[in-house]
Design a protein around this ligand. Structure first.
Ligand SMILES: NC(=O)C1=CN([C@@H]2O[C@H](COP(=O)(O)OP(=O)(O)OC[C@H]3O[C@@H](n4cnc5c(N)ncnc54)[C@H](OP(=O)(O)O)[C@@H]3O)[C@@H](O)[C@H]2O)C=CC1
Length: 387
């Protein structure tokens, strides 16, 4: 199998394309589970087959990637989509048929069996973790969707809206950890439906959730959520999932965000405040202008309310940080032994991570979550954004 890794790698684009054609022809309903924006721009094509290949290379290579953390992130994302054990067998059938179709005779029985073994290892590990996540969430495997009611819609910054959600049956929505997200599943006006993930943060009353959605022009879901959904609207959502959560230790925290990625920082600050935390916290946030910045007032209110917190907000429209290549972290005193959480566009997270590592920060203390597919194995080669 190791010998065929480069061959599979070299043909991953074609294999993925053939795979999705086969998969969607066989099970058209799965189109709704996959992000159609990422399908259209090719990211999803690269992601799934690429994940199997990456998993295989992690198994055989001496690599610094923390495979358990990567698998935990994938399992959480799958749970938020309602993935079931049976899906892995459907994917296996069509993925292997695609590999054989593209690589032909290079796939000898020995090679095929080695790849099946890798796939089985990966699938078993994910199914086990997803089963545990469903159990913790108190739902049957894959039965993640519940009805919530939008209690309030607020435009937030120039391009985003915050939606407040309560349970349809009047019960309290379950708690969550700072950094977790929920999936929102919505029918599309032209037919079909789509699912997207949004960081969840506390609403205005206990048991209420909030999400902030940035409108992506031409996107499938975000324009609907920003501009069509209003109080009283019913929204199907998943329980909160996500393995990348702000830890409850007492080391200093560095929370770095850009754009609507600020919701992770808001969730973390609310959590610290609720717990009466005295932790040292530095917040770095980058936005284009104050007018575009979601949660601008709340960010500054929360930072002021914490006993040992500071905020460093940078505006790329007014500040030269983008033009002259200076890091948004310039002039921010980096606390020693800090845990850093980064949230924002992929290029932003990539450059912040590089700046921190160049300043001597230990890579294992830098945490980030990317919602885009294919980004599980590092910040090296991931494009795109969610809508
Ligand atoms: N909705 C949600 O719940 C969540 C969304 N996310 C993700 O967060 C991301 C936020 O994106 P969005 O709001 O569109 O961000 P924007 O594209 O609007 O960027 C926000 C700011 O970051 C700056 N920036 C971007 N890249 C760099 C860089 N390399 N170095 C310095 N500054 C940079 C931009 O500068 P400039 O003006 O020069 O472009 C801009 O000022 C999305 O990918 C989204 O998927 C993450 C967590 C939660």
């Amino acid at each position: 199998m190791e010998a065929t890794l480069p061959v599979v790698g070299a043909h991953i684009g074609t294999i993925s394309q053939v795979f999705y054609e086969r998969l969607f022809n066989a099970v058209p309903s799965l189109i709704d589970t996959f992000n159609q924006t990422n399908q259209a721009n090719g990211d999803q094509q690269r992601a799934l087959a690429g994940s199997v290949a990456s998993f295989a290379s992690l198994l055989v290579a001496d690599t610094p990637v923390d495979i358990d953390a990567v698998m935990a992130r994938i399992a959480a994302k799958h749970a938020s989509l309602g993935v079931r054990a049976a899906h892995y067998e459907i994917v296996r059938t069509h993925l292997f048929a695609s590999i054989v179709e593209v690589l032909g005779e290079a796939v000898t029985p020995e090679v095929a069996s080695a790849w099946h073994e890798v796939y089985t290892l990966m699938a078993n590990s994910l199914v086990e973790q997803e089963t545990a996540l469903y159990r913790q969430a108190g739902v049957e495997p894959g039965e993640v969707w519940r009805s919530t009611i939008v209690t309030e819609h607020e435009y937030d910054g120039a391009h985003a809206a915050t939606l407040y959600l309560c349970a349809e049956d009047g019960s309290r929505l379950p708690g969550f950890l700072p950094g977790q997200y929920i999936s929102v599943r919505m029918p599309l006006p032209g037919g079909g439906e789509q699912i997207r993930q949004y960081t969840v943060f506390p609403g205005r009353v206990p048991g209420e959730w909030a999400i902030t959605v940035k409108r992506i022009p031409g996107g499938f879901l975000s324009p609907l959520l920003c501009d069509s959904v209003r109080p009283g609207h019913r929204l199907l959502v998943s329980p909160p999932f996500g393995s990348l959560v702000v830890d409850d230790g007492d080391e200093p925290l560095l929370l770095v965000s850009a754009g609507v990625g600020v919701t992770m920082t808001i969730a973390a600050l609310r959590h610290l405040l609720d717990r009466g935390s005295t932790r040292s916290v530095d917040v770095v946030h980058v936005d284009r202008t104050p007018y575009e910045q979601p949660h601008r007032t709340e960010l500054s209110t929360l930072v002021k309310a914490l006993p040992d917190a500071r905020s460093h907000v940078r505006y790329t429209e007014y500040d030269e940080i983008r033009g002259d290549g200076r890091s948004p972290l310039t002039d921010v005193p980096l606390p020693e032994h800090a845990q850093t959480y980064v949230c924002g566009p992929i290029p932003f997270m990539r450059s912040i991570r590089a700046d921190l590592v160049a300043s001597g920060v230990a890579p294992e203390t830098i945490h980030y979550e990317a919602f885009a597919p294919g980004s599980w194995f590092g910040l090296e080669d991931v494009p795109t954004t969610v809508d």
